[in-house]
Design a protein. Structure first.
Lengths: 269, 456, 171
């Protein structure tokens, strides 16, 4: 999505498409359009006048919600509430459970969470790490053109495209380990997700150790030795300071979370 | 006594659970304008320009106020306690904390009021800011208050709150060891669920009705009347229903300014702070810096204590001198320490001015003293509960400011705690009472304590 | 847009993106939901939307179009209090009362989905609700008592799990 124009106090034009095709058309090339999923991020930004969009694309009626399973392939619509993921297996289930509280999970959406821009405390996008660990792909649209690509490629341009759904293959094993939150209002300060696919591929990803969720390829390469993998993970990220945790603290805890995830994956072998 | 000891329901319990309790923001008066404040974006700056003309001419804007509109710009809220005025209601030549109010707008909608605030032209010349109270005393630190960096108007124009009692030098000579500690509790937000809010309505008879969330109705009435130089009966203050205050709603932070807007606009005005304003701009409990050095015997008697306190008042005095004074009176906590040397300073920084919060002035020293008692017990290898019982206040002991205790409950309370946590006490500690000290509980260094009103 | 609030239908104007909280309070004069933070962080704005708890300060009015909204005013009246309201009175679960309407609505939704008197489950259900007055224990006692089906005597206050030191120790 394009950066919203902080326009005058002229009223925002509201677009409320009734289908996926209408949503794609309404989004266009994303210029001057702010996408509203559940509203949990956009509405307070508007209340506090940090965001005054020329156009707001409200996706509530576009039929983009739902979890579909086709064999072992799972597809989650972008407007699916985060709460719908809470009972899924690790890493998604525990990752989603760790997001906010019941009311906000019920209103906030998978798409809104994945596409969140940088916030004022921890980077938003609690679910990014979990989906990256699952090797998910993202189906998105811009200028009428629908593409499916690896999630890490989509995340780099998540503010410029309209996310429609994410898909992944059910893993053989999954795991999640995150820092305890001081308060439900806080975004994920630091968490590691892991999954082992049926073909043996191991993926590890971190949320909260950089601007957005990222894979940990150095840790993956060293996964046979969890202690080494934990340390190797530090090569893949540049932790930051924010209100929830310092970069120093993140550097201390990340290896611990990596080791925990690897231990949990090993147990479910 | 029908009520003491009885379990009676809250008189407002049913109102709370049916949504009928009327908080200030629930007062709905037709034609009410929204207020928004222009606040300082800098911690410390001179104001080089302030032009509200564009804001005033915007459609839907009914009033803009600045320091020029305030009849008495600086009013000492605690002048009756000898604390002179130092804080302007609205900033005049300078700003001393981030969030300090400079101007207010009343307009027909929240969005219009915000837009009008954005249209006020204001210029600043930034100045170095002071945040660390320990640095306030350095000659190289910026001077940030008209009285210097610490409050100079204690009685006799002293710049320090002092308590001297007994013979501290002798206590330190006779001690087996000196235990030191530094304690620095941070500022605490009151964070009531209801933010600061005020609604003022102009009455046809010329009075102003003020719906206020203040915790201190009559006090706030006096403050408003003083700033506005009006008789008390010009105002009808409606209050007593607050969505949490905890000491943070005693600063009369909204009422006067809202009245000024109403006087200019001749329409009702409501000013409701956002949660961000509440966190960034409302007063907090003060941060403190406390240094203790305690003279103790090896069997756990406290002979004397030296203490230095720096109280961070933020940019202005408000109630800090009063808080520090209370702090000094209680600086030995629940224990009898006959030889005392206390120095306390109210220090200014470019932080949000601090204010009362439950146990104003005293919670800081309780924290320090209790932590320090554990430190003493650790260093001496003694039981932390027994050492407290030994030194606990008893009938006839005197407080730091010379008040004799008539019935302190310290001993009983500590014994109850020991029982509740399953901490076994030896028999002689289990049977201690708060009766005046005798025998082993009256060692020589406590003789002069009992029944004496000696002190500063 | 059409909102049914406590059983009464309303047609409301304004932007579909306006927070439902502001529509309730300013357009419909329904003051039960409170503006504690406008960030979804305190819970005092919580209302039920088709029976489910939602932060009205976060919910765009357009997403509430056509729904049934319950505010605290839609619970019992003083002469006919629902059990959760009676429990809050009896257990002193409200002090300043500002968080109370959101707490009770979220608690009622929890009970409606079969919530038990398990304190951890109650805490989880109310996790996003902040109270600065009570320290939460009386609120949990009140919800637990309601879940158990206890009866309440409103002429007195309850002795809850956390409120006594009987025989020198907590109950």
């Amino acid at each position: 999505m394009a950066v919203a124009s902080v326009a005058s106090d002229a009223a925002t034009e509201i677009l409320m498409p009734g289908s996926e095709d209408e949503a794609i058309a309404a989004f266009g090339d994303g210029t001057e359009v702010v996408v509203v999923g559940g509203g949990t991020i956009v509405v307070p930004d508007m209340t506090y006048r940090r965001l005054r969009p020329a156009k707001a694309l409200m996706l509530g009626n576009a039929g983009l919600s739902g979890i579909e399973t086709d064999g072992s392939r799972v597809t989650i619509g972008a407007m699916t509430p985060v709460q719908a993921l809470v009972d899924l297996k690790a890493p998604l289930g525990p990752c989603a459970s760790n997001v906010a509280d019941l009311e906000i999970r019920s209103q906030g959406t998978v798409g809104g969470n994945l596409c969140a821009g940088e916030g004022y405390e921890a980077p938003r996008g609690d679910l990014q790490g979990a989906f990256l660990a699952l090797g998910a792909t993202a189906r998105s649209a811009a200028e009428g053109d629908v593409t499916e690509e690896p999630l890490e490629d989509f995340l780099a341009k998540r503010r410029e495209r309209l996310l429609l759904s994410v898909s992944f293959d059910e893993p053989a094993a999954g795991a999640f380990a995150g820092l305890d939150r001081p308060h439900t209002h806080d975004y994920t300060a630091l968490a590691v997700s892991g999954a082992r696919a049926h073909d043996g591929t191991l993926r590890l990803a971190a949320t909260g150790a950089g601007s957005w969720g990222a894979r940990l390829p150095s840790a993956e390469a060293a996964a046979g030795d969890p202690a080494a993998a934990g340390e190797a993970a530090l090569q893949d990220v540049t932790p930051h300071d924010d209100a929830l945790a310092s970069a120093w603290y993140r550097t201390k805890v990340l290896p611990v979370l990596v080791r925990r995830v690897l231990a949990e994956l090993k147990e479910s072998a | 006594m029908k009520v003491v000891g009885a379990r009676i329901p809250r008189y407002d319990g049913v109102a709370h659970v049916t949504g009928r309790t009327t908080y200030v923001d629930d007062v709905s008066v037709p034609g009410t304008l929204w207020a928004k404040a222009l606040r300082s974006p800098h911690h410390h700056a001179g104001i080089t320009k302030l032009d509200t003309s564009k804001a005033e001419s915007m459609p839907g804007v009914h009033a803009v106020i600045t320091w020029k509109d305030v009849p008495l710009l600086e009013y000492g809220h605690l002048s009756a306690l000898g604390i002179p005025a130092d804080e302007p209601l609205l900033a005049k030549d300078e700003v001393r904390y981030l969030g300090q109010p400079i101007a207010l707008v009343a307009a027909e909608s929240e969005a219009l009021a915000s837009a009008a605030v954005d249209a006020i032209e204001v210029g600043f010349e930034e100045r170095p800011a002071l945040f660390d109270i320990r640095q306030a005393f350095d000659s190289e630190s910026p001077k940030i208050h008209q009285w210097g960096n610490w409050y100079p108007h204690f009685e006799g124009e002293m710049d320090v709150r002092q308590i001297r009692k007994g013979d501290i030098d002798r206590a330190f000579e006779e001690a087996d060891t000196i235990v030191q500690g530094v304690y620095r509790p941070a500022a605490i937000e009151h964070a009531p669920i209801e933010t600061q809010v005020c609604q003022v309505v102009p009455e046809p008879n010329g009075r102003l009705t003020i719906y206020s969330c203040t915790q201190a109705l009559y006090f706030s009435l006096g403050v408003v009347a003083a700033h506005l130089q009006q008789p008390l009966n010009r105002f009808k203050l409606v209050g007593g229903t607050t969505g949490g205050g905890f000491g943070g709603k005693v600063d009369t932070a909204t009422e006067t300014m809202t009245c000024l807007l109403v006087m200019k606009a001749n329409k009702p005005v409501k000013w409701r702070w956002t949660r961000e304003e509440e966190f960034l701009c409302s007063s907090t409990r003060a941060p403190w810096h406390m240094e203790l050095a305690t003279a103790v015997t090896k069997d756990g008697w406290i002979l004397g204590q030296k203490m230095l306190t720096l109280h961070d008042s933020g940019a202005y005095s408000r109630f800090s001198p009063y808080g520090l004074t209370k702090h000094s009176f209680h600086h030995t906590g629940a224990y009898s320490i006959p030889n005392l040397h206390f120095d306390g300073y109210v220090v200014y920084t470019n932080r949000t001015p601090t204010t009362a919060m439950r146990g104003f002035g005293v919670t800081s020293v309780s924290f320090a003293v209790e932590t320090h008692m554990n430190r003493i017990a650790n260093e001496l290898g003694l039981d932390p509960i027994e050492i407290r019982l030994k030194n606990a206040n008893r009938i006839g002991d005197t407080s730091p400011n010379g008040i004799a205790y008539t019935d302190p409950s310290t001993v009983e309370t500590i014994q109850a705690i020991a029982q509740a946590i399953g901490h076994e006490l030896p028999a002689d500690y289990r049977t201690m009472t708060n009766e005046p000290r005798t025998g082993e509980l009256l060692p020589e260094h406590l003789v002069s304590q009992v029944g004496s009103t000696e002190g500063h | 847009m059409n909102l049914t609030v406590n059983g009464v239908a309303h047609e409301v104007s304004g932007s579909e993106l306006a927070p439902l909280l502001d529509v309730l309070r300013e357009e419909l004069g329904s003051m039960g939901a409170k503006a504690g933070c406008h960030q979804g962080g305190c819970g005092s704005c919580t209302v039920l939307v088709d029976g489910e708890p939602r932060r009205s300060c976060l919910l765009p009015a357009g997403y509430a179009d056509g729904t049934q909204i319950t505010t605290v005013e839609g619970l019992g009246a003083p002469e006919d209090l629902m059990p959760i309201q009676q429990a809050f009175v009896h257990y002193y679960a409200a002090q300043c009362g500002f968080c109370t309407s959101g707490m009770m609505l979220a608690a009622q939704a929890y009970l409606d989905r079969g919530g038990t008197d398990d304190p951890e489950a109650i805490q989880h259900a109310l996790a996003g609700h902040v109270c600065r007055c009570t320290g939460y224990s009386k609120i949990i006692d009140a919800v637990a008592a309601t879940a158990r089906g206890d009866s309440f005597d409103l002429t007195t206050t309850a002795v809850g799990k956390h409120t006594t030191m009987a025989n020198g120790g907590p109950e």
